[in-house]
Structure formats: structure tokens, C-alpha cells
Design a protein around this ligand. Structure first.
Ligand code: NAP
Length: 252
């Protein structure tokens, strides 16, 4: 019996790491794993009221650490804190991400570095650190939060789209590297969500997106958290190397 199946059958809480869980989609994913009884760690550059509430409501099951994941040492310190507290990581959700609006011709070096350093390098740092631990235990699951614009492109989001397409390549490569060790690696490509990140879109753009979406609304963090739970369920040992589009049918 694999370690992963043992975790499933023992109904032991999982150790779940969600990056960028202080607000938006990450906060929805943290809520979901807390609700399923797991031990949850998250990080971001600053704390929020939601984070403070989880610290007081779940002192034994929730860990928050300030970290800038575009800095390799911060990523290491965060993973070290999780290992010190709970000794392992069963699930990693690479959610932290940033976008800068504007056509590529006008982007500054700083704009490019900000987006690439977090979305790609931060995800690489976290995945490298955590997959080493998972390899040793021959068990685990990783989910990379991508975006439909990594496939379709979007005017004014060239750098961001490039980073999300890169993550899809990482998902497929890591699935190949880790599959024989009982570790699944998948991506989720959300459509447009009602979070702070989509505040950059004006009312007209949002109305147009809703009109074109078969489900007739923007996505909510819970729509994505549910798919994340499905992908990281210990019973999922065969769905790997895929990027699931969760966009209310917008790009179907
Ligand atoms: P958000 O509301 O802006 O939240 C981003 C989270 O990442 C926050 O917790 C933020 O906290 C953290 N973060 C930002 N920079 C960081 C850094 N350098 N180091 C560590 N943490 C950092 O964004 P969101 O809409 O929830 O997006 C979450 C993920 O979903 C992203 O990967 C995004 O690309 C993806 N996505 C979003 C949409 C959408 O429509 N919103 C659609 C498709 C995909 P701090 O700022 O305090 O660090």
C-alpha cells in the first residue's frame, strides 16, 4: 500500500500548504482545507483580518508566515517553518500570483521582474523545496494555479500570460518526474474571478465577460477550491499532468 493510500485510509489530517492565502482565491482555498479538517499553512507579504481570524480560531491547525516568495530564502524559511511544526507536506497549492496591466511595448523592467519573479520563480522555489520532501515520503499532490489567459492570451496581460503558460509546462514536466513516486501534479486554469486581481478590469470588460460566459457569472474562489480538493484527494492517484480549465464555459 502506498503512503498516499495510507493517508487516505487513516483519515489523518493532511498538511496543506497554500501560497498567497491572505485574500482572494488563496483565502478561499485555505477556508476549504480548514473546513475539511486539515492542517493548513499559508504565507503572503502581509497579514489580513482573515489571517488573524484563522490564527485565533484554529491555533493548532493554522500557520501563517510573512514571506515574499520571489525571494528564495523566504520560500525556504516558510517551508522550514511548516516542517518544524508538522513534519511533512501532503498538499502544495501554488496560488500566489501577481499581474501588471499594460501592453508589453510599455512594460518596464520592474513590471517584468515583479511578475516573472513571483509567478514563475516563486512557484519553482516552492515546488523544488516541497517536492524533495514528497519524494522522500513517496506521496503528495501539487496544484499550480494557472489562468485561461495562459492559453488564450489577453491584450495587456502579455507578461502574466507568459508566466501562466510556463506554469502549465512545469505542471506537465513535474507530473512526469514525480508520477512513479506516488505524487500527482496538476494545474487549474480559472477564468475571471471576483477578487482584488480582477479589479483592474473595468465595468464594461466585466459585463462583457459575464455575457460571454455560459454559466452567466464570474467565478468565485469556492468554484476553484472545490476542484482543488478533488485533485488533491488522496484517492486521486491517476489524474496527473493535466491543467483543468474552470471558467464557467467561457473558453469552451
Ligand atoms: P489577489 O487577490 O491579488 O491575491 C494574491 C495573493 O498572493 C495575496 O495573498 C498576496 O498577498 C499574495 N502575494 C502577492 N505577491 C506575493 C509575494 N511576492 N510573495 C508571497 N505572496 C504574495 O489574487 P487572486 O485573484 O486571488 O489570484 C490568486 C491566483 O489566481 C493567482 O495565481 C492568479 O494569477 C490566479 N488567477 C486569478 C484570476 C482572477 O480573475 N482573479 C483568474 C485566473 C487566475 P500580499 O500582497 O500581502 O503578498
Amino acid at each position: 500500500m502506498s503512503e498516499r493510500q495510507r493517508v487516505n485510509e487513516s483519515s489523518e489530517p493532511r498538511v496543506v500548504v497554500v501560497t498567497g492565502g491572505s485574500r482572494g482565491l488563496g483565502a478561499g482555498i485555505v477556508e476549504s482545507y480548514l473546513a475539511s479538517g486539515d492542517l493548513v499553512a499559508t504565507c503572503s507579504r502581509s497579514s489580513t483580518a482573515e489571517v488573524e481570524a484563522w490564527v485565533s480560531q484554529h491555533p493548532d491547525r493554522f500557520l501563517f508566515q510573512r514571506a515574499d516568495l520571489s525571494v528564495a530564502d523566504d520560500a525556504k524559511a516558510f517551508v522550514d517553518a511548516v516542517i518544524e511544526r508538522w513534519g511533512r507536506v501532503d498538499v502544495l497549492v501554488n496560488n500566489a500570483g501577481v499581474a501588471r496591466d499594460g501592453i508589453l511595448a510599455m512594460a518596464t523592467d520592474e513590471d517584468i521582474d515583479l511578475v516573472v519573479d513571483l509567478n514563475i520563480k516563486g512557484t519553482l522555489y516552492m515546488s523544488r523545496l516541497v517536492s524533495r520532501r514528497m519524494l522522500a515520503r513517496r506521496s503528495g499532490s501539487i496544484v499550480n494555479i494557472s489562468s485561461i489567459v495562459g492559453r488564450s492570451g489577453y491584450r495587456g496581460l502579455g507578461v502574466y500570460s507568459a508566466t501562466k503558460a510556463a506554469l502549465d509546462g512545469l505542471t506537465r514536466s513535474m507530473a512526469r518526474e514525480l508520477g512513479s513516486r506516488g505524487i500527482t501534479v496538476n494545474g487549474i486554469a480559472p477564468g475571471y474571478l471576483r477578487t482584488e486581481m480582477s479589479h483592474g478590469l473595468d465595468g464594461g470588460q466585466l459585463d462583457q465577460i459575464v455575457r460571454r460566459t455560459p454559466s452567466g457569472r464570474l467565478g468565485e474562489p469556492d468554484d476553484i477550491a472545490r476542484v482543488c480538493q478533488f485533485l488533491t484527494d488522496p484517492r486521486n492517484t491517476y489524474l496527473t499532468g493535466q491543467v483543468l480549465v474552470v471558467d464557467g464555459g467561457l473558453t469552451s
